[in-house]
Design a binder for this molecule. Structure first.
Ligand SMILES: [Zn+2]
Ligand SMILES: [Zn+2]
Length: 304
């Protein structure tokens, strides 16, 4: 086992890498793990030969919402940060939706995201553009041993749910089912635009938060790493692009703090709360919000 020591001042945690294997074995395993993701990217080469239909456009919008909510509300704010409470069945439903994005399973995603927060922009960060460069942080790290046999001890709170463990093992299945379903229902246009293009868009935006979101944009809070608020990523990433806000209060369900910081994922969480599907939604402390809104909290009245 190869270990990366925690960064100074970081929470006590150690990134345990899988054992070194022969090169051919690693290449085969990584290739297999990335096959779905690479396939949807390669499928876009068919775009000049497949007519764009109205159904394809509608499905493109719907699927970016479905897999986008699965990633931002399910994998990120829910599983990685426990920004709200929910039932086992709704947690599974969100995780299933997240898997359709072909960004691997819920345990893998949450594990490496927690590692990112604990070691942000230090040697232990698996995808820091500050330490390892833009392309490595954007997608290069996926071609490494991190794709093999991850150590799930950092997500024990999630591995206690067997349905999540099984979904993580079978993470390719939801996406393959949806891909097959849209092809059978609407043919090549639905498959290429409605599934492949939407999956590529959600992937590129999600992983741009790792790369661009730590390089370009403004830093409202001095969080001690490179996280930025990037308005383009904020809009495209359903709110996850307000990344400096997020690093300031990682457990907050709300990422857009100011009125103009569009946060679609938080709107979905509010909708789910109204429907009784989630509860215990966590928001930033008043003093943190005051920095973004300019409205300072009213001091508590002095007793007596
Ligand atoms: Zn970050
Ligand atoms: Zn996060």
């Amino acid at each position: 086992m190869h270990m990366i020591s925690p960064a100074p001042g970081a929470m006590a945690a150690t990134v345990v890498l899988p054992p070194r294997r022969p090169g051919w074995y690693r290449a085969a395993r990584v290739s297999f793990a990335l096959l779905p993701l690479l396939s949807v990217h390669l499928a876009l080469a068919a775009i000049p030969f497949v007519p764009l239909t109205l159904g394809g456009v509608v499905l493109l919008f719907v699927m970016t919402r479905v897999s986008g909510v699965g990633i931002t509300v399910g994998f990120h704010r829910g599983l990685s940060h426990h920004a709200y409470k929910t039932s086992r069945w709704f947690q599974f439903l969100l995780s299933f939706a997240g898997c359709t994005a072909f960004q691997r399973g819920p345990l893998w995603w949450a594990l490496f995201h927690r590692i990112h927060h604990q070691h942000s922009d230090t040697e232990g960060d698996v995808h820091s553009p500050v330490v390892k460069g833009f392309w490595y942080s954007h997608c290069g790290w996926l071609f490494t041993r991190y794709m093999l046999e991850p150590d799930f001890r950092m997500v024990r709170d999630l591995t206690k749910h067997p349905e999540l463990v099984w979904l993580d093992r079978l993470w390719m299945v939801p996406g393959m089912l949806v891909a097959a379903g849209v092809y059978l229902a609407g043919g090549w246009s639905w498959l290429i635009y409605g599934y492949c293009l939407s999956t590529v868009m959600v992937f590129q935006v999600t992983f741009a938060v790792n790369s661009i979101g730590h390089l370009f944009g403004s830093q409202r809070y001095a969080t001690g790493e490179g996280s930025r608020n990037n308005w383009v990523l904020g809009i495209l990433g359903m709110g996850d692009g307000w990344h400096n806000n997020h690093h300031r209060v990682p457990t907050s369900a709300r990422h857009g703090f100011a009125w103009y910081e569009v946060d679609v994922a938080y709107r979905f969480i509010c909708l789910f709360r109204r429907l009784g599907l989630v509860w215990g939604v966590r928001v930033p402390p008043a003093e943190v919000m005051a920095v973004a809104t300019g409205k300072h909290p009213t001091p508590a009245p002095v007793a007596g």
